[in-house]
Design a protein around this ligand. Structure first.
Ligand code: UGA
Length: 443
């Protein structure tokens, strides 16, 4: 018998995990405390944009393999394996992660657990969280230490979340000490039987290493991006081209070309808050010195946003007040409607505060952007956003923006001036069409 799975927290991570577990043949119950979200999911409407998610959600809601609830009691009764996928945002005014939702999920679930089961943390948490939660779980659960806690960090990327979940690059099992370990490993191997059968590497670790793995992976990715953005600063000082430099160093397999795209830098709900949470936790552990370099990674990243604003100022042929600016992009990256810590909206907001009239277009993130940034103006198409603009900024590298015809766009703008914040346009083509073209780290 396949274990029955519950997923606590149906955000970007949890909803995708629940849908993909159903696709892998498991019976799944997703829980969220937000009743509206549960209704939407139960009606096969994903509460966010993620390519490929909607058809699978529909398929498994319709065949009954996937259901959603707001009831922890139903969850406890249903599941053999409970995945905790709730958010761990940055605490207001601090670097540390806010663990309220993780703590709440375990506190709500534990007293209802009447039979042996595995609780698996997937949320990104500061190292030490699992060790703190395990005894709380066993103490509160009627079934005692037969409610076992393991950690199984998630590495999915928004925009590729379905594929990353169905075909993960690696699987990490963080196991507790003692008799719970073989039970946890056996159940996790059943959950991931298909991926393991397809040769996906499994790393079996202790709880601390598993939690650290996630923080370390995101810290490394953030460092890689800030490294190439630091090189972009040097390219600007010397007349070099950072895109060519990235290709050149990326050919070395020890370095690799991926995540060396210089531009406006990283945003989203993960990398920025995860490097800060990692620094905060290292400080608490007396190992703060080990991660001081991440301050610089963060600082380089923040400088990118200021640099794009400066560059816009350099190109603009008039004062900010009264200038019409088109911003293409609102999502923190393409193929997503997520605007959490979006570099694009951060820049758009700054220009608005300078007195410019800023019109934003994004293929998917308009509704979210409108809600969070109501003072900006929004347009339903690239041409509408750019109509009459004195300057166009491309701040998220959607394919739709890469494919824009500079001649056609040139007909609707007031001034042919563009800042390519993601190095995603072809400078030769845009300049040939009469555009003043500026990009980060490129002549
Ligand atoms: C990131 C990690 O890549 C995932 O492995 C991890 O599971 C996830 O966080 C998480 O912690 O849940 P995600 O936030 O979806 O995934 O987005 P990324 O693809 O990592 O992009 C992050 C930011 O970096 C974006 O703003 C993107 O535009 C920027 N970026 C990425 C660059 O500026 N340059 C690059 O070369 C790559």
């Amino acid at each position: 018998m396949k274990p029955r799975i519950t997923v606590v927290g149906c955000g970007y991570l949890g909803a995708t995990h629940a849908v993909c577990m159903a696709e892998l043949g498991f019976e799944v119950l997703g829980l969220d405390v937000d009743a509206e979200r549960v209704t939407a999911l139960q009606e096969a409407r994903p509460p966010f944009y993620e390519p490929g998610l909607e058809p699978l959600l529909r398929k498994h809601v319709e065949n009954g393999r996937l259901r959603f609830t707001t009831s922890y009691a139903e969850c406890a009764d249903f599941g053999d394996v409970h995945f905790v996928c709730v958010a761990t945002p940055q605490r207001d005014g601090e670097f540390a992660a806010d663990l309220t939702f993780v703590d709440q999920a375990v506190a709500e679930l534990a007293p209802l657990l009447q039979r042996p089961c595995l609780v698996v943390g997937k949320s990104t948490v500061p190292v030490g969280t699992a060790e703190r939660l395990a005894p709380l779980l066993a103490d509160a659960a009627p079934v005692g230490d037969e409610a076992v806690l393991a950690w199984n960090p998630e590495f999915l990327r928004e925009g590729f979340a379905v594929d990353d979940t169905l075909r993960p690059g690696r699987i990490v099992f963080g196991l507790p000490e003692g008799p719970g370990a073989p039970y946890a490993e056996a159940l996790l191997r059943q959950v991931y039987v298909d991926a393991i059968g397809n040769g996906t590497p499994v790393v079996v670790a202790d709880l601390a290493t598993a939690q650290l793995t996630k923080a370390a992976a995101n810290a490394f990715l953030a460092t890689k991006i800030s490294f190439i953005n630091a090189m972009a600063e040097l390219c600007e000082a010397t007349g070099g081209d950072v895109t060519v430099l990235a290709d050149a160093i990326g050919h070395d397999p020890r370095i690799g070309r991926k995540f060396l795209n210089a531009g406006l830098g990283f945003g989203g709900g993960c990398l920025p808050k995860d490097i800060r949470g990692f620094m905060a936790r290292a400080g608490e552990l007396g190992a703060g010195d080990a991660l001081t370099f991440l301050r610089e990674v963060d600082a380089i990243n923040q400088r990118r946003r200021a640099r794009v604003v400066d560059m816009a100022q350099e190109v603009l042929d008039r004062p900010w007040a009264g200038a019409k600016i088109a911003v293409l992009g609102a999502a923190f990256k393409p193929e997503s409607d997520d605007i959490r810590d979006s570099p694009a909206l951060n820049v758009a907001g700054r220009l608005h505060l300078f007195g410019a009239h800023v019109t934003v277009h994004d293929p998917q993130a308009m509704a979210n952007a409108r809600r969070s940034w109501p003072t900006l103006t929004y347009a339903d198409s690239v041409l509408a956003a750019c109509s009459g603009a004195h300057l166009v900024l491309v701040l998220t590298e959607w394919d739709q923006f890469r494919e824009v015809d500079p001649d056609r766009l040139g007909e609707v703008v007031a001034t042919r001036a563009v800042v390519d914040g993601r190095n995603c346009l072809d400078p030769v083509r845009w300049r040939a069409a009469g555009w003043a073209y500026r990009a980060l780290g490129r002549p």
